[in-house]
Each structure stands twice: as structure tokens, then as C-alpha cells.
Design a protein around this ligand. Structure first.
Ligand SMILES: [Zn+2]
Length: 160
């Protein structure tokens, strides 16, 4: 039995994935599948402009995984500022795992991991979490929108 099902999401009126049973922290839930393309293609193709970075995963300094395909069910997972899942990867594989215990019926959410840049207002967040910063920006960068979202001053992040 699959750990997820597709259902209309309260987040942004899109579809999302929901837990079909209780899921333990650390459980691998679904593979994130797509086509492997070169980073050069990403830079050069108009398809990958700034309006849809959410489906791209940089795998290494040469290749990127493009998950923007209808058969990539994991692409339906919505972003939340209080996400219960996260992307993991090894080599050329990317998948989604639970980062805490999830109850049956909960929507599965990830941190899309967007860096903070001048275009952050292009991606408003409607996750509804208490700690929502209002935009889809990864946890480590939310303090740039509002100081109260600082996680830890000790953490350094190269891409900030
Ligand atoms: Zn949010």
C-alpha cells in the first residue's frame, strides 16, 4: 500500500499528497523522478527561467534533475514553512522522506529550499503554518524577510 494519495490541497488550491497511514520519522515515502539534464541546459533553456525553479534539483556540478513532468507524483508535494518531509538524494536519485512522525490524513509537505533573492515576492506561501513567513523561502534564509525567523546565528550557509 502506498503511503500517500493525491488529494486537493488547502495550500494554494493545488493538489497535494496526503498520508494514507501513520508514517514514522525517517521513512522514505516516494521517489522524486524526472529527467537528468545538464546544468548548461538549465542555464541556456528558456524553459528553466526563474518562474519555475521548484522542480529542479542540482545533483552535482554537471547535472540537474528536472522533475517537471506529470508522471512525477512527488512534484505535487506542496511547500510548507513547517514541513513534515524533506528531499534527500544520493548520486542521481532524489526521494522524499518524513522528517518527523506524520499522522494519517496529514498533508505531506517539503521545504522547497529556495534561496533568498530579489525575486522572493514572486512566490507567496499559503501554507497556513503558525511560523509561515509569507513567502516560499528556505528555512535558513527566512530571517532575511523577518528577523523573527532566524534559526540559529551559529549556522552558516554558503549560499546565503
Ligand atoms: Zn508558509
Amino acid at each position: 500500500m502506498k503511503l500517500y494519495k493525491i488529494k486537493k490541497s488547502k495550500i494554494d488550491n493545488r493538489r497535494g499528497l496526503y498520508a494514507t497511514k501513520d508514517i514514522k520519522e525517517g521513512t522514505k515515502i516516494i521517489n522524486y523522478i524526472g529527467k537528468i539534464i545538464t546544468n548548461k541546459e538549465v542555464e541556456e533553456s528558456a524553459k528553466f527561467d526563474n518562474s519555475k525553479p521548484i522542480y529542479l534539483f542540482t545533483l552535482n556540478n554537471r547535472f540537474t534533475l528536472d522533475g517537471d513532468f506529470h508522471w512525477n507524483t512527488a512534484g505535487l508535494i506542496n511547500h510548507s514553512c513547517n514541513n513534515n518531509c524533506d528531499y534527500e538524494g544520493k548520486g542521481y536519485k532524489v526521494w522524499v522522506s518524513a522528517i518527523r512522525d506524520i499522522k494519517k490524513g496529514e498533508e505531506l509537505t517539503c521545504d522547497y529550499g529556495f534561496g533568498f533573492d530579489k525575486d522572493y515576492k514572486q512566490f507567496p506561501c499559503k501554507c497556513g503554518a503558525k511560523n509561515c513567513c509569507g513567502y516560499i523561502v528556505r528555512a535558513g534564509s527566512r530571517f532575511r524577510i523577518n528577523k523573527k525567523f532566524a534559526i540559529s546565528k551559529k549556522k552558516t550557509n554558503k549560499s546565503l
